[in-house]
Design a protein around this ligand. Structure first.
Ligand SMILES: Cc1cc2nc3c(=O)[nH]c(=O)nc-3n(C[C@H](O)[C@H](O)[C@H](O)COP(=O)(O)O)c2cc1C
Length: 335
């Protein structure tokens, strides 16, 4: 087994289980919920470095976090060294625990500009970028990458070495190339190979959907820590299960109640309403009559009706009725 991440040991303990940054999902509300439900560290969705510098209200809103989330990182992306360095300092000024740099986004618009995974194509240029950001920063710099640009250039080993030499604190690896998008499987053998030889901790990421899978990756030495994204949407209890709790259908009632409370605390009622709708649809995936539940959900017009509908549905579903549908799920994103 590889050592856990001890970067924040004194304040927050060792870190093994991370909740992934996901655009449109990992906002302060859901990150808070994930922390309460056992995730040991959370990272924001990607924020544009240029947007942060311009100081637009929307980007500033997206940078907000709550002390209860700590340790929390803010993720930035961009294509210009000077902008990324300045954005990292803005994140530091906001009091985040670390800055995470997105080097894995496969989305065309981002890579065509030279951001996200495009940085993987030139490790020397990447090293220069990382050193420049690091120089102006007191809080840790971390990165999230893919295994390479495409099958013929899986250079994650070199990228991790460059990162270690540039003073990066850890690397999260989504085990697919940029060209793969979300197809195929995450290459955990490659993640293990890199993690074993890396001078800095490696967080393995990709396709973990059960607590058993997460624990197995740690126990069998695949990475120093693991990161879970989509798996936590279908099973928001996944981190609690890793920590040894047993999920029961009845747990959904307080969980949904809590999600509503946090959403209303952080957003106006209409935005909370819109955001909760999509989470409730994911929570219901795999349970009996979830199609009917989802159909009715999207007819509702206000947050009180939404809460009633959700609580009634989850109260009536029988214990152990979740079926693993193994359907492709959210096959697109920014990392
Ligand atoms: C809807 C969606 C949005 C995403 N947004 C981001 C993002 O903002 N930053 C990032 O680094 N990765 C992003 N990702 C990638 C995830 O962090 C993760 O690497 C990927 O989903 C694989 O892990 P999983 O199989 O556990 O979901 C996103 C993924 C999805 C599905």
């Amino acid at each position: 087994m590889l050592e856990p991440i001890s970067l924040f040991k004194e304040r927050y303990g060792d870190l093994r289980y991370f909740f992934a940054p996901m655009a449109g999902i990992s906002d302060t509300v859901f990150r808070l919920l994930m922390r309460e439900l056992g995730a040991q560290c959370v990272i924001s969705e990607l924020l544009s470095a240029e947007g942060l510098i311009r100081g637009g209200q929307r980007t500033r809103d997206m940078m907000q976090f709550d002390d209860r989330e700590r340790p929390v990182g803010i993720q930035i992306f961009g294509h210009q060294k000077s902008s990324l360095a300045e954005a990292a300092r803005i994140v530091e000024g906001e009091g985040a625990d670390f800055v995470d740099l997105n080097l894995g986004c496969p989305v065309k618009k981002v890579v065509c500009d030279g951001g996200g995974a495009a940085w993987l194509k030139d490790p020397a240029k990447l090293g220069d970028l990382l050193e420049t950001i690091k120089k102006g920063l007191r809080i840790p710099l971390t990165i999230k990458v893919r295994t390479g640009w495409d099958d013929s250039s899986k250079n994650v080993k070199e990228v991790v070495q460059v990162a270690a030499e540039s003073g990066v604190s850890w690397v999260a690896i989504h085990g697919r190339t940029r060209a793969q998008g979300y197809c195929g499987h995450a290459d955990w053998e490659l993640i293990r190979e890199v993690a074993i030889h890396s001078k800095i901790p490696v967080i393995g990421n990709g396709d973990i959907v059960t607590a058993e899978m997460a624990k197995k990756r740690i126990d069998e030495g695949y990475a120093h820590a693991v990161m879970i994204g989509r798996g936590a949407l279908k099973n928001p209890w996944i981190f609690r299960e890793i920590l040894g709790e047993k999920f029961a259908t009845k747990n959904f009632i307080p969980l949904i109640d809590r999600h509503f409370d946090l959403a209303i605390e952080k957003k106006d009622r209409h935005r909370a309403f819109l955001s909760l709708k999509k989470f409730l649809a994911w929570y219901a995936a795999g349970f009996p009559n979830s199609g009917k539940f989802r159909f009715e959900l999207f007819q509702l017009e206000n947050i009180d009706a939404l809460r009633d509908h959700a609580l009634t549905y989850f109260e009536t579903i029988p214990e152990s009725s979740k079926v693993e549908d193994n359907q492709p799920f959210l096959m697109g994103g920014h990392g």
